[in-house]
Design a protein. Structure first.
Length: 135
C-alpha cells in the first residue's frame, strides 16, 4: 500500500485465532520507519475503527519508531489481549508538518507483552511504503 500526498497511513490489523496467551498479556502496536522522520513531523489525526481519537501531536522528528499508545490520548497499554482473537481492526494515522519529503517504509507490528514491553511477541505485521511531500 502507498500513502497518498495527504499522508494518511492506513493499517488493518488482523489478530490470529487463537491468541494463546493468558490474561496477564496486554497489547500495543509499534510503528518503525526505515529512515528517521524529518524535522517537525507529527501525527495530527488518529482513527480507530472509524472513530476519531484525540491525537497527542507528539513531534516525531528524527524518530525511527513510535508506539501506537503514544499517538492518541485514549490509547493505553492497560487493555488485555483476551477477546481479540480473530478480530480485524482498522486504524489510520495522518502524518503532518514534515519539513522535507518522506520516502520510507513503515512497518506496523501488533504486539503483546506481559512484562511492560521490555520484551514482546509480534502477532500481526504489515509493511507500507510511505511517500509524502514536505510542507
Amino acid at each position: 500500500s502507498f500513502v497518498t500526498a495527504t499522508g494518511i497511513l492506513t493499517h488493518v490489523a488482523t489478530y490470529p485465532t487463537p491468541i494463546e496467551v493468558d490474561a496477564s498479556y496486554i497489547h500495543d502496536a509499534v510503528v518503525t520507519f526505515e529512515d528517521p522522520l524529518p524535522t517537525g513531523t507529527t501525527i495530527s489525526a488518529v482513527t480507530y475503527e472509524g472513530g476519531a481519537l484525540t491525537p497527542t501531536n507528539k513531534v516525531l522528528s528524527g524518530r525511527t519508531a513510535v508506539w501506537l499508545s503514544e499517538l492518541a490520548t485514549e490509547l493505553d497499554r492497560t487493555q488485555g489481549i483476551v477477546g481479540h482473537a480473530g478480530l480485524t481492526l482498522t486504524m489510520t494515522f495522518t502524518i503532518a508538518n514534515n519539513a522535507t519529503a518522506i520516502n520510507t517504509t513503515a512497518t506496523i507490528k501488533q504486539v503483546v507483552s506481559n512484562d511492560g514491553f521490555f520484551t514482546w511477541v509480534v502477532i500481526a505485521e504489515e509493511s507500507i511504503k510511505l511517500i509524502k511531500a514536505g510542507v
